[in-house]
Design a protein around this ligand. Structure first.
Ligand code: EPU
Length: 340
């Protein structure tokens, strides 16, 4: 069933809690609904379309002069299984953490490190969500999509999705062309735990031995201690991506800042912790002049709506942070959040 709301307020549909209006908001559940919207000429070739899941990675600076499609198809279905794996299809509108919780309860491994990430299943392949040494792409088997211009359905294999760090084909070649309707995850009956990242191992030890449940709980504990709950304080998780620089650029940075936090990246490149760079600029806990927006006091990579922030307040703050990091380190940090 499709529900269409004219001049819809999007405040409840983005985790920053920013007020913005969409010309039309369509809440959809069935893949066939898209073909119906096309037949009814609600979608034409000219219609500007935005697919908005949990809005956990979006910043509205302007009203959206077009059609916002909000998937509300929430389901979890085992579609195949063998001795080693279970293939599980989840609807795009399924709350991501409820899906992770379900998997852990079923003793299926692969996504437990992605516990408590805000948002929906539909966004997981688009953004290739990741945390604590694991990315969604490590467990995605295939992605079922609907063409937004002709309503036809199609399945992309993991390989066809061209996953990268917080990146996929859906943000590049296929940008704005398809709606993710559901995702098939290949989850393991013999989980391999990824516990090398940061303080996970120590946190698990406090809880007992590594099991899917203790790993999930450890991640929940670590995230809750560092990251603001969007239900309480508007935010979109990491606002910036961790930048990747060449080995020679890295040597220059390290010669001035020997304690710089870095990770090896493919092709001899080096990834830096943007949170560390921002923190080193003295910006952790920074608040803008009108008190509406700030840099989170426990994790400098996260920008927060302190109450009544507009999209421009957050954007101006992010520009200030970028300029500060560039002035100190000569490094450009780019938003991970999509700015609209
Ligand atoms: N750090 C600081 N100060 C800060 C923040 C970080 O010094 O204010 C240092 C930390 O001490 C650590 C390093 O920077 O040595 C990295 O910090 P952290 O482990 O918190 O991870 P991150 O690189 O800041 C990334 C993801 C997060 C994900 C965590 C854990 C990106 C852009 N962010 O953050 O993802 O939860 O790793 O895996 O890759 C998100 O995308 O919304 C998100 C929260």
């Amino acid at each position: 069933m499709v529900q269409i709301i004219e001049n819809a307020q999007l405040k409840e549909y983005n985790t920053f809690g920013i007020s913005a209006c969409a010309s039309k908001l369509c809440i959809y559940t069935d893949a066939a609904d898209i073909a119906q919207l096309i037949a009814d000429k609600i979608i034409t070739d000219q219609t500007k379309i935005l697919v908005l899941g949990g809005g956990a990675n979006m910043l509205f600076v302007n009203n959206f002069d077009g059609l916002v499609i909000h998937p509300q198809n929430s389901f979890i279905k085992i579609i195949d299984q063998d001795a080693d794996y279970c293939y599980v299809e989840a609807g795009a509108g399924t709350n991501w953490d409820e899906f992770v919780e379900w998997a852990v309860e079923q003793k299926l491994g692969g996504i437990e490190n992605l516990s408590l990430i805000p948002g929906t299943v539909g966004a997981s392949p688009v953004q290739n969500i990741g945390a604590y040494g694991v990315e969604a792409k490590d467990s995605i088997y295939s992605v079922n999509v609907v063409n937004l211009r002709n309503g036809l359905q199609r399945t992309l294999t993991n390989n066809e999705c061209k996953f990268g760090y917080r990146n996929s084909i859906f943000k590049n070649e296929l940008k704005d062309q398809y709606l993710v309707h559901s995702v098939v995850y290949k989850l393991s009956r013999q989980p391999q735990f990824t516990t090398h990242y940061g303080s996970i191992q120590a946190e698990i030890e406090k809880l007992g031995t590594p099991t899917l449940k203790t790993v999930r709980q450890a991640i929940i504990n670590i995230r809750s201690a560092k990251l603001p709950d969007p239900k309480v304080t508007g935010n979109a998780g990491s606002f910036f991506k961790n930048p990747t620089i060449s080995a020679s650029e890295f040597e220059v940075v390290r010669s001035h800042f020997p304690d710089v936090v870095s990770y090896d990246a493919p092709n001899g490149m080096v990834k830096l912790a943007a949170g560390w760079l921002i923190d080193k600029c003295g910006l952790k806990g920074y608040v803008n002049s009108n008190g509406t927006a700030g840099v989170h006091s426990k994790q400098a990579l996260v920008l927060v709506n302190l109450g009544g922030a507009t999209g421009s307040d957050i954007l101006n703050l992010s520009n200030f942070v970028r300029i500060s990091v560039f002035s100190k380190f000569g490094i450009n940090i780019e938003p991970e959040v999509i700015i609209l």
